[in-house]
Design a protein around this ligand. Structure first.
Ligand SMILES: CC(C)(COP(=O)(O)OP(=O)(O)OC[C@H]1O[C@@H](n2cnc3c(N)ncnc32)[C@H](O)[C@@H]1OP(=O)(O)O)[C@@H](O)C(=O)NCCC(=O)NCCS
Length: 148
């Protein structure tokens, strides 16, 4: 089950994030809670071991992070979390979702491509290791329309 959650669930979101990312990349509960308190911020928490963090403001939304614990990967949870994040953004009135992904992150890029994200830009030397980030965008199906 995937739930939309707020700052009160920051510790649970952080526990999943810490298991999915290398220690230097993990976001702690305090920083997750701070992002969830920003206007339009929301989290997704999957009992099976997944989380996502997104922000929807006016027409635009951003996926800030998504993570599935190693033991739960390749079972469709990442795709389900991404769908839930996109649906919630559409429900909040966003027409598109943007995200940044490391050019070298093959699993994440495949996940995003399968969900309809396409590259719209590049941020050079975005990561501390000097790697580039790709900026991806997907249009969202307006809430309340057929099939939405
Ligand atoms: C990226 C991540 C969230 C995917 O989660 P997941 O639950 O394994 O994803 P799913 O099982 O829903 O996979 C959906 C699709 O994504 C692609 N995909 C996922 N993992 C993949 C891998 N290791 N190699 C290639 N494609 C992959 C496939 O197209 C897959 O569909 P398929 O299983 O039918 O082939 C997970 O690998 C993760 O947490 N990685 C570390 C954190 C991270 O990099 N987050 C993204 C930061 S931008």
């Amino acid at each position: 089950m995937i739930r939309v959650v707020g700052p009160a669930h920051a510790p649970a979101l952080a526990a999943v994030h810490a298991e999915a990312f290398a220690p230097a990349e993990a976001w702690d509960a305090a920083s997750l809670a701070a992002q969830l308190r920003l206007p339009g911020g929301y989290g997704l928490l999957a009992e099976a071991g997944g989380m996502a963090l997104a922000q929807a403001a006016a027409e635009q939304s951003d996926l800030l992070t998504i993570a599935v614990i190693p033991a739960a990967r390749r079972a469709g949870l990442g795709a389900a979390l991404l769908r839930a994040a996109m649906q919630e953004a559409a429900r909040r009135g966003a027409a598109a979702m943007f995200l940044e992904v490391a050019e070298t992150n093959t699993p994440a890029r495949a996940l995003y491509a399968a969900a309809g994200f396409v590259p719209v830009g590049r941020r050079r030397d975005y990561y501390t290791d000097g790697g580039d980030a790709l900026v991806l965008r997907a249009g969202l199906i307006p809430c309340g329309s057929a099939g939405g």
